[in-house]
Design a protein around this ligand. Sequence first.
Ligand SMILES: Nc1nc2c(ncn2[C@@H]2O[C@H](COP(=O)(O)OP(=O)(O)O)[C@@H](O)[C@H]2O)c(=O)[nH]1
Ligand SMILES: [Mg+2]
Ligand SMILES: [Zn+2]
Length: 296
Amino acid sequence: MATARGASEPGTIVAAHGRRYVIEVAGGERLDCVPRGKRSEVACGDRVGIRRTAANQGVIETLAPRSSLFYRSDAFRQKIVAANVSQVVVVLATSPTFYEELLNRCLVAAECGGARAVIVLNKCDLPTASQALDDLGVYAALGYPVVPLRAREHVNELVPWLAGQTSVLVGQSGMGKSTIINMLLPEARVPTAEVSSALDSGRHTTTHATLHRLAPDTSVIDSPGMQEFGLHHLRQTDVDAAFPEFRPFIGRCRFANCRHLQEPDCAIDAATASGHVARRRLAAYRSIVRDLPRVS
Ligand SMILES: Nc1nc2c(ncn2[C@@H]2O[C@H](COP(=O)(O)OP(=O)(O)O)[C@@H](O)[C@H]2O)c(=O)[nH]1
Ligand SMILES: [Mg+2]
Ligand SMILES: [Zn+2]
């Protein structure tokens, strides 16, 4: 039975294109909606209350509390990547080279946003696979699952990690996110690099986030490729907490407000020198902390 025009109705945002949103309501019907206010602070995965304005259209009126929020920010604005995800899947590939800094920033945003993180290493059919897997040993040792994949052939290794979760796929473009979505959901037919170069449109990049349902309790959000991942919204204590290997050393520096950048008698620096913290992780930590707005 259709809900009477004018009554508020719950739905989930399944696609976000700028200020236009596709909302899925009970029964799977999809509506084109715009937010009521000027600013759109909702994102793919958000649960909202909408009011119908025409046959397939509506206005977003309310936003339900979120269980998690995965977002990035620079000095000027924040960009919500996805809301209410239980898991962030960082998609890397053996080629082209991935930015390890971006991986670290995604892990920090996941930890701080309340989502679990899983690392996928795609294109393991290429000869650079064993080196790339070795490089990711640091992350596996920290407890992050590292899932090797050959998405052009199949995605069987990833399927069990997605079951029962709402996941967002993030990463640089060219890593194979769209290929993974198409393997999971052939009917999604997300354009990949080949398709667009064949059409010579140059528009292979995913420009907006889309939520795909794999099963009633399992969904995957495809997000646009990113080169940078600003974390200006965090405080240093948030960043500290997102580096699990720092925990035994926090509070042991000479200065209580040590930023672990270049202070004397820094316990994190000492832990790195003695091999308890990986140099690449400390470097990523320092880059994130140097970018934070100074509060004092
Ligand atoms: N060799 C190899 N290439 C892959 C694999 N998965 C994806 N690719 C290729 O990598 C390129 C980028 O893939 P795409 O899915 O568009 O990446 P996206 O930008 O992350 O969405 C395409 O040419 C894909 O065919 C894989 O497992 N092995
Ligand atoms: Mg893509
Ligand atoms: Zn320190």
